[in-house]
Design a protein around this ligand. Structure first.
Ligand code: HEM
Length: 251
């Protein structure tokens, strides 16, 4: 459902994509509005109940508070699921495609967080964020009139040759920043969680799948705002060989 909803944030969504997104929004609205009502009836110590308590202190109108919490819950779920899932798939793909770097990481697990940063730089889950200019301004030498829509290409910035040597080379030992979590006041609130999940997954992949390799090229949904890998076929050749080697002993 979240995959369908985020078409609205695409760069140039088609009418049929917008229709799919509208349909998903209706279903998600039903789900999250019911969740907010349920937490009103029986609050706990979950995030939605905590947000209701916070909003009740700020907003005397209950309906408005409920609506604010509904939008917050929807935003967090979309922002978390549609990004982190893609980071995890892209990471598995890039690491498997670079066996020497995978070997380095096995021997140097302290470099795993750096590898996660390089995956984020190389192919970020969000390629573009959009803003509407609040005033006339000049941005990097380009005049932007008030109310103009501006698409900021985060992924292109991450490959800026003025900032990165050989930007199109995937290199886990770079020690550089990136813009994949945005910047300023809207900087991603979930960045530490996403980094933690990716570090945990990569640590487990290196341990559990010693022969990880890409079996077939991945496929992506035709999207740039929220990237989405739809298929990644991998094999674990080393562990696949284990039963063959163990076979004679087992007989
Ligand atoms: C790899 C994973 C993630 C990436 C690449 C990512 C990327 C981003 C980016 C680029 C923005 C800024 C959007 C803008 O400026 O318009 C953002 C904002 C946000 N992210 Fe993430 N995100 C990730 C994971 C998460 C997770 C796990 C959560 C929640 C648990 C989350 C919640 C949010 C929220 C609520 C905002 C809006 C913040 C605001 O507007 O003040 N994100 N994220």
């Amino acid at each position: 459902m979240t995959h369908a909803q985020v078409f609205t944030q695409e760069l140039l969504p088609t009418p049929s994509q917008l229709a799919i997104s509208d349909e998903a929004t209706v279903t998600l609205h039903q789900y999250f509005a019911a969740l907010v009502r349920e937490r009103r009836r029986s609050p706990g110590d979950d995030p939605v109940s905590q947000w209701l308590r916070t909003w009740d202190e700020l907003e005397p109108d209950r309906d408005r508070a409920d609506e604010a919490v509904y939008y917050l819950a929807l935003l967090v779920v979309l922002a978390a699921l549609e990004t982190t899932s893609n980071l995890l798939s892209t990471m598995a793909w890039l690491i498997a495609e670079h066996p020497r770097q995978m070997g380095w990481l096995r021997a140097h697990p302290q470099d795993i967080p750096g590898a996660v940063e390089e995956v984020l730089r190389y192919d970020p889950p969000i390629h573009v964020v959009t803003r509407v200019a609040g005033d006339d301004m000049t941005l990097a030498g380009i005049d932007v009139p008030k109310d103009e829509t501006v698409h900021l290409m985060l992924a292109a910035a991450n490959h800026d040759p003025a900032q990165y040597a050989d930007p199109h080379i995937f290199d886990i030992r770079r020690k550089v920043g990136h813009l994949s979590f945005g910047g300023g006041i809207h900087y991603c609130v979930g960045a530490p969680l996403a980094r933690m999940e990716a570090t945990a997954l990569l640590t487990a992949l290196l341990r559990k799948l010693p022969g990880l390799s890409v079996h077939r090229d991945p496929q992506w949904a035709p999207r740039v705002a929220f990237r989405r890998m739809t298929t990644l076929t991998v094999s674990d050749s080393a562990s696949a060989r284990v039963p063959e080697q163990a076979g004679p002993r087992d007989l």
